[in-house]
Design a protein around this ligand. Sequence first.
Ligand SMILES: *Cc1c(COP(=O)(O)O)cnc(C)c1O
Length: 206
Amino acid sequence: MTLLAVSKTRSAGDVAALADQGQYHFGENYLQEALDKIRELADRDLTWHFIGPIQSNKTRDIAAHFHWVHSVDRARIAERLNAQRPEGLAPLNVCIQVNVDAEDSKSGVALADVPALAARFQQWPRLRLRGLMAIPRADAADGGRDAFRRLAMTLSQLRNTMPALDTLSMGMSADYPVAIDEGATIVRLGTALFGPRPPKASNPAV
Ligand SMILES: *Cc1c(COP(=O)(O)O)cnc(C)c1O
């Protein structure tokens, strides 16, 4: 299990302090902020994960500067990341983001549409599909357990034809114990590690 430290809104110094304690995986949502930190910390051997919504005009920088992307939710974005991943780098690790509770306010593909999108990754050699990511609804009475279970079930079905898939990116500060219980391989923790974040008005989904 990998602990992904979600460092959005935190300084490069905050990231460096965690890295000094042996934390090497960091997750970012806002591209410009992330690029500044990646540049500032370039002399450290960190693994950067992009976990925020992706607009088409951001794919070139994401493909060039990140090791993982958890938030691919449509073929058009995957096509661009594949075309723009620099030759000298290993394939970009990708998770498909799933709208596991079918919420209007959330991005992500519907559970039923996951197999068709996953199958298309054969056409994208510069991407390495690793698995699925989801953010369940915040107010579920079961703490998200049923949503995590549905995501895990979907991954397990995909593995019948794509046995290399190995990643369930699920669980945040409020629900990670349940996610781990249901098979998470990456938990994404921000506030549990760094303390409360100032609210970001431009991004109501987080
Ligand atoms: C902000 C964010 C997190 C971390 O949230 P916390 O509740 O602070 O742990 C995890 N995943 C995604 C996709 C996020 O945007």
